[in-house]
Design a protein around this ligand. Structure first.
Ligand code: HEM
Length: 294
């Protein structure tokens, strides 16, 4: 949701490029007449995903990510699971690290202080992901989330193909930081419970601020107002912009944490300082904080 007359944040307005084009098409940033029908189609596509498919892709990504250490694990699993469900070849650690690198480049380009170089690099990372998703659509149209998108939210249901493609990529982007925040806080809670967490326990952590703490709305004067989410019953937002990815997120995290709890000699990670963003804290588990494995 952008202030009236300002569809782009200043760095994107100043430097333009592929990321600026994507940002302006994202449902998250729009309140135009096409938002509601496009959002409804996207929501149907996400709801059509089966729990079994989410579980098997999440477990596979959790197993691959464990080879990269804890800091990689809590960052990689949410976004890599969505990418895998979209048919991207998330078959090894390098693929997960490449995806993570591109998402961090996008984050740097979306930062309030982003300079021309950061916006350019972010645009290249986003373009590489758009191309990979187009290639996956040709090579693996039966990948679970590609299939439900093409079935319930095909390009013909969007203003144009570019808006379809931008919001398909947004599924990976939206799962990235928010997913790492909730998974990181779940790992901290698992240090106490010594067992996997259930959906309702993850929702409790999100309500307590362990996911996205606030969101934005545009008031009748066209000004952006902050809407608290932490401490409310709506950690995934509410109304027209409510998160359509709640079910996918909770299914992914429960599956990954259950896989984790089945591992022998499991030593849960020791946290370092969190990455603090404007609307969330993302726990970090730097390798140097971890006890050497026996
Ligand atoms: C822990 C993980 C996640 C959290 C905490 C989260 C939270 C949120 C929140 C708070 C919003 C804004 C809602 C509002 O302003 O009312 C949002 C929007 C959105 N989320 Fe999520 N999300 C998560 C994961 C995901 C995933 C996995 C997907 C997709 C696969 C997703 C897709 C979206 C989309 C498309 C929007 C924009 C909706 C719109 O503006 O109409 N999110 N999310």
């Amino acid at each position: 949701m952008r202030p009236l007359g300002e569809p782009l944040p200043p760095p994107l307005r100043a430097h333009g490029g592929p990321l600026a084009d994507l940002f302006a098409r994202w449902l998250r940033q729009r309140d135009d007449a096409a938002h509601a029908p496009e959002k409804a189609a996207l929501t149907r596509a996400l709801q059509a995903l089966s729990e079994d498919e989410i579980r098997s892709h999440a477990r596979r990504q959790a197993a691959i990510a464990m080879r990269g250490g804890w800091s990689h694990w809590s960052w990689a699993v949410p976004a890599a699971t969505v990418a895998s469900l979209l048919g991207l070849p998330m078959t090894d650690l390098d693929a997960q690290r490449r995806l993570h690198g591109r998402l961090r480049a996008m984050a740097a380009g979306l930062a309030a202080t982003a300079d021309q170089a950061a916006v350019k690099t972010a645009g290249e990372a986003a373009t590489a992901l758009l191309d990979a998703l187009d290639e996956a659509e040709q090579r693996a149209p039966d990948a679970p989330l590609q299939w439900t998108l093409l079935r319930h939210a095909a390009p013909s249901r969007w203003s144009d193909r570019a808006t379809f493609a931008a919001n398909r990529l947004a599924l990976i982007w939206q799962s990235h930081e928010a997913g790492a925040a909730l998974l990181g806080h779940a790992l901290l809670r698992m240090r106490e419970t010594r067992r996997a967490l259930a959906r309702d326990e993850l929702l409790t952590i999100a309500r307590e601020g362990g996911a996205v703490r606030n969101t934005r709305r545009v008031d009748p004067n066209g000004d952006v107002v902050l809407v608290p989410l932490a401490g409310t019953d709506h950690p995934f937002g509410d109304g027209a912009h409510r998160c359509p990815g709640q079910g996918l997120t909770l299914g992914t995290l429960v599956a990954a944490l259950t896989w984790l709890s089945e591992q022998a000699d499991l030593r849960l990670p020791a946290p370092g300082a969190p990455l603090t963003l404007a609307n969330m804290d993302i726990p970090q588990f730097p390798d140097q904080n971890q006890e050497p494995s026996p």
